[in-house]
Design a protein around this ligand. Structure first.
Ligand SMILES: Nc1ncnc2c1ncn2[C@@H]1O[C@H](COP(=O)(O)OP(=O)(O)OP(=O)(O)O)[C@@H](O)[C@H]1O
Ligand SMILES: [Mg+2]
Length: 334
């Protein structure tokens, strides 16, 4: 069971919130140390819908989750409106920093490691979906929520947190409580696309795979050519025409890994949830031979030029917006 801490323990362990690691839809994260010296990351939750008792119930559920690819919850704090979660600290930070490289920075790992990270992440999500005695839908799979330990083993963070917030809570804006635009499955935006299920996480995982393969955000308004602005669409057209992925000077083996990540990703982002593979099937595909993988049907609701792109407001998220008439065509095609 995770350990219960008082708010003054939290203040002491974070040295009064001195070292901020980042901020997302649920609150801010600070670095800290347990009395024994181990590093921790403390997430201070803002506006959770749960009372103290309900919060402790939920925490005891997510505290029972144990898997090599899931971040371990060390403890929590629940004191009046002060609610916090204490996690093990991941020294290599989140995956976004390693796949969206700032200029001048060199890659931390090669294609084979990238493939291992994709596979480990898939195994963590599969466990959340069914490997433990409860089914946890994550609803916020994205590079910022994949943390890397000292060996770059991926660990999923923020699982179970979507439940802490009321349904519909602001979930279609940037850095929100229930999914982030660019990764969020269509059925989470409108019921016209079918029921919300574990396949909604599969969709977000597909977007993540494409970003890992492309080494860039899926929507990039400053892309070198306009056809490359929306990467999933560009990748699909390239693969279907037998073109190469323009990934620079890489070996045959690396090209195969990139193609595999892209093809599996494109299966995961099919519009219809039932056309997407389960996470168990995703693992089989990632572990299997590239020659056994077929390109899926084109997964997009409209042609790329009908997708309007809005400049990301912050460094941490991308945004893909549809104007009113495009939204209509999105419904008609479904
Ligand atoms: N256990 C941890 N170890 C190390 N760094 C962490 C840990 N947890 C979070 N972080 C860092 O803090 C940042 C902010 O995390 P936070 O979860 O608040 O926001 P987010 O992941 O960007 O968005 P969301 O609220 O949708 O999860 C992360 O991007 C990550 O870099
Ligand atoms: Mg997070």
């Amino acid at each position: 069971m995770p350990k219960r801490y008082s708010y003054s323990d939290i203040l002491a362990m974070t040295n009064c919130f001195q070292d901020k690691l980042g901020e997302g839809g649920f609150g801010s994260v600070y670095k800290g140390y347990l009395p024994g010296g181990s590093s921790i990351a403390v997430k201070i939750l803002g506006n959770s819908k749960f009372s103290g008792k309900e919060f402790i119930n939920e925490v005891s559920t997510i505290g029972r989750i144990r898997h090599d690819n899931v971040v371990h919850l060390v403890g929590f704090c629940s004191e009046g409106s002060n609610q916090a979660l204490v996690y093990e600290y991941m020294p290599n930070g989140s995956l976004d920093k390693h796949i969206f490289l700032k200029e001048g920075r060199v890659k931390s790992f090669g294609w084979e490691k990238l493939h291992e990270i994709a596979l480990g992440t898939a195994q963590g999500i599969e466990y959340l979906h069914g490997g433990c005695d409860i089914c946890i839908l994550h609803f916020d799979i994205k590079p910022q929520n994949i943390l890397l330990d000292h060996d770059f083993i991926p660990k999923i963070s923020d699982f179970g947190l979507a439940k802490f917030y009321p349904k519909g809570y602001d979930f279609v804006s940037i850095n929100t409580a229930r999914g982030t635009i660019g990764y969020i499955a269509p059925e989470l935006i409108t019921q016209n696309f079918g029921a919300v299920s574990s396949k909604s996480d599969v969709y977000s995982f597909g977007m993540l795979l494409l970003e890992m393969a492309g080494g860039r955000r899926n929507v990039e308004s400053k892309a070198k050519s306009s056809s490359k602005v929306y990467f999933p669409s560009w990748v699909y057209d390239h693969l279907s025409e037998g073109g190469d992925l323009e990934l620079g000077n890489i070996t045959e083996v690396e090209i195969e890994i990139a193609r595999k990540l892209c093809i599996v990703g494109l299966w995961c982002i099919q519009m219809e949830p039932s056309d997407r593979p389960s996470m168990t099937k995703v693992i089989v595909m990632l572990e299997g031979n590239i020659d056994d993988l077929k390109l899926p049907p084109r997964p997009f609701f409209s042609s790329p030029q009908h997708v309007s792109i809005v400049e990301p407001q912050s460094d941490s998220s991308t945004e893909l917006l549809l104007s009113g008439s495009q939204e209509e065509s999105l419904y008609n095609n479904s």
